[in-house]
Write a protein that binds this ligand. Sequence first.
Ligand SMILES: [Zn+2]
Length: 624
Amino acid sequence: MVAGTLNSISRVAHPKGSTIFPTPEITNRKDRTQAAVAFNTVFHAGSINDRAGRASCAILSSMFNILALFSRVSGPWGARSAARTSTVVLLSIGCFASAQTADLIIQNVHVYTGNASQPVASGIAISGDKVIGVGDDIARYAGPSTQRIDGRGQTVVPGFIDSHVHMAAIGELLNSFDLRHVKTTAEVAAIVKKAVASAAPGEWVEGRAWDETNWGGAFPTAAMLDPVSPANPVFLRRVDGHAGWANTAAMKALGITKDTKEPPGGKVVRNASGEPTGIFIDRAQQLIAGRIPPATPAQIDKRLARAAEECVRLGLTTIHDAGISRAELDAYRRLLAANRLPVRVYAMIGGSGDLWREYLKKGPEISDRLTVRSIKLVADGAMGPRGAAFWQPYSDDPGNTGLLILKKEEIAAVARDAVEHGFQVNTHAIGDRANRTVLDAYAEALGGKNDKRFRIEHAQVVSLPDFALFVKYSVIASMQSTHATSDMRWAAARLGPDRMQGAWAPKRFMALGVPVTNGSDAPVESVNPLWGFYAAVTRQDHEGHPPGGFMPEQKMTREEALRSWTAAGAYAAFEEGRKGTIEPGKLADFVLLSQDIMKVPDNQLLKTHVTMTVLGGKIVYREQ
Ligand SMILES: [Zn+2]
């Protein structure tokens, strides 16, 4: 992306290097600075040599098609030396090729390409799953069988990439039901009845957020659910999570009777004869919740498919699943085979157990739809419940410095294995002590600048001197803009003024050239990337508080925010050569939006919605 055509060729020559963020191994300081400047201008609208961009399209697209052929032979990323040799061949063949016929063209749109050499355009031509042309003269790619879409002036951006989600949990939440606004127990029963109708025999049915104050204040009972679910166990959590409501089938399945004792800190509500009524308070919920059998393969399939559907509805074309189990990986494979997975998945192996050891033996697995080349570790807890690890106690809880879950040596051991076997390490770190511990562990395995692209997930509170260590060891900050706007209510009370300086601070990283990729941590936050985009540029909640934004100096520009949700996500997964921007040769992953998110006033951003999501040239979501 440094200099248009020339740079596209250099990407061919260095398939493993980055044109988005510099590869320290292969660039000197001056190159790095130029690359950083170029990266920072990627999403600026303007007209950098539009005509030259168009002229090079046909040549480039031919080149990329040949490259695609080549890469099928030599593996997804090609071998670096072999690719170098082939560059010359590609150049000479490319010059004689003519424009291809598109399968699909999208016209009359305002495209923010993310490509610095051609930042805006009014049309996109697609052949197969790739973009073959971007420009204002896109009709020349049309043939007799080309499908044409008139975008009616809508805005197009590259498909959003969420660098940190938990798909199974998103799907579980979407598949369970929310009883927050339900006003009677009869209504609850009707909702349960519907859920039971689509459940397998004996499958657990779960819901949440009932509130007895909605119907006069009396706790409900198992008997109210039994007629609608005589055989399927049902467990519904109260709105605050402090009580659970089970039916008789659930109690029967777990052997809960009159004789069941309550655990300390819990209460089983009983009738006059001592029989449990179906309400379990506080720790007594563990008698049920702690013993619900693990999800079946069919349930996991259903959850992941549901989550993927939601992702594409919201404009996400790639997600990074932050820690998957073997059961989830198997489910992804089944869904892919059955064509039920409409989103691309970059899966992080959850923890250093069996699955990780197995992958160390067989090496990374890389494809357009499902890639496994990283591990997710967790170094500390979360700040809300004061589990994140700090050097000094929480300002609102003297004596408590949180908890480090992994020792530096444990992280370093995994990191060394990862380096040796070609994997990336992505470690959750919230507190300043956790962040430093992870950086020190990474340092042992990495030694200095590198292109291993290790990440710290969240990178939420970093001691000011430690920001430089991200640069020193080429570590990516994988942040969530919505965490800042959710946590801002209690942030200062937990941290005090000194630590706040390095908290939720993407711009501090960006000022140093540290790549910042964005995500939602859904279902902790909404998976809607436009909400994340809004939080990144306003640092406000949905009501516009606080005025001017929380730590306003940390607001991203719209260009930076879009990049953090697209190109940076691609980079954080070694995929910048294939996605993250809209340009010839890349996967045709993009979204149409109802409003121009680069121009509308802040308060309009949340009203913007996705009207179409295109993944690999196929429409995977279209607003009805
Ligand atoms: Zn997470």
